[in-house]
Design a binder for this molecule. Structure first.
Ligand code: MRU
Length: 343
């Protein structure tokens, strides 16, 4: 498994996911603005990976602050944290990581700034290590839901590349595979950015897990023909009532799954649950540039000047979700009650 993001000497480097699977190239971040850029242009993407990147970005930002007094340091650090928060709007893991790093810095007011700076770097390394561990635990819980010999549909990429490592939805799939369940995966190609075709298929092939890619609009027909036994996706933000924001197209997969009586599972760490919001209508949905739709690679394929709508995420109401798989266990409906236990 190639690492998604890591410290390399005094800088942070990320695998450039825009170039996968064709080329494996590092994107180097020497300052926090490089990290913001990396998140915005999707060098790194996927909710937990964005959280880890934000934490490392803040550690880079902290290091660049020259002030010696704690108060002056914190004033600048909070400005950097605010800039980081605006990098991408939907994945709540970004806010979770920024808040954790800020609280961590707030609790070190007694220490010299130099020590705080190196402690922040260590904290970001801890967040990365914890994320991998959380995914493994999620995999252990979730694989129990996967019947032997089943075919699993997944959407987007909720794999190693979308996290610190191992993955959420793909973590469950990996754990089922490691348990000898002889599963097969169907990956939605996931227009327009093709995370399913480019990243999920790449990761699963590397691990020797059988995978077939389909055009997004083939899922319904395959479900009706009973060629899919269950669906597992990741999430970018889960509201307190269990509504799930995830990559655009997830909602239609969930509706099709319910109509065809197929379980629809969401695998996500507790840090993806935003307990401050009541329901999915309050989740900000990122609108991305039109070129993702009208261009194919570098080629323009739409009529020039065509109007485009490009929401990057959608919200699946909790009533379509059979269970939420977390590192702490499986949450089943009613979600309001199940989620409350963790907050
Ligand atoms: O736009 P992206 O690629 O960042 O969207 C990613 C997704 O929607 C994933 O399914 C989600 O972040 C979960 S990743 C473990």
């Amino acid at each position: 498994m190639i690492p998604t993001i890591e410290w390399h000497g005094d800088h942070v480097r990320m695998i450039d996911q825009r170039k996968l699977p064709g080329r494996t190239e590092w994107f180097t971040c020497r300052g926090y603005r490089d990290v913001i850029k990396g998140i915005q242009v999707m060098v790194i993407r996927g909710a937990p990976a964005i959280g880890v990147a934000a934490a490392m970005g803040l550690a880079l930002g902290a290091r660049s602050i020259r002030s010696k007094s704690y108060a002056a340091f914190m004033e600048k650090f909070e400005k950097i944290a605010h800039e980081m928060l605006l990098a991408r709007p939907t994945a709540v893991n970004l806010r979770w990581a920024v808040e954790r790093m800020t609280r961590f810095a707030e609790n070190m007011s007694e220490l010299p700034v130099k020590k705080i700076q190196s402690a922040l770097r260590q904290e970001s390394e801890k967040i990365l290590a914890e994320d991998i561990e959380i995914n493994r635990r999620m995999g252990k819980h979730g694989q129990g839901l996967v019947p032997k010999g089943s075919t699993i549909l997944t959407h987007c990429n909720a794999g190693s590349l979308a996290t610190g490592g191992y993955g959420t939805a793909l973590g469950v799939i990996r754990a089922a595979h490691e348990n000898g369940k002889k599963i097969k995966v169907i990956a939605d190609e996931t227009r327009p950015w093709l995370q399913g075709l480019r990243l999920t298929a790449f990761e699963l092939m590397e691990d020797g897990i059988p995978v077939s890619v389909i055009a997004d609009n083939a899922a319904g027909s395959l479900m009706r023909q009973k060629k899919i036994d269950l669906v597992i996706t990741g999430a970018d933000r889960i509201a307190a009532n269990g509504d799930v924001a995830n990559k655009i197209g997830t909602y239609q997969v969930a509706v099709l799954a319910k109509t065809n009586r197929i379980p629809f599972y969401v695998a996500a760490p507790i840090s993806t649950i935003d307990y401050t919001i009541k329901n999915g209508d309050m989740i900000p949905v990122e609108e991305r540039g039109p070129e993702e739709i009208y261009r194919f690679g570098k080629r323009e394929i739409g009529p020039s000047g065509v109007s485009v709508l490009n929401p990057a995420f959608d919200v699946t109401p909790a009533s379509y979700v059979s269970a939420i798989i977390t590192e702490k266990g499986i949450i089943r409906p009613p979600y309001k009650k199940g989620i409350k236990r963790y907050f």
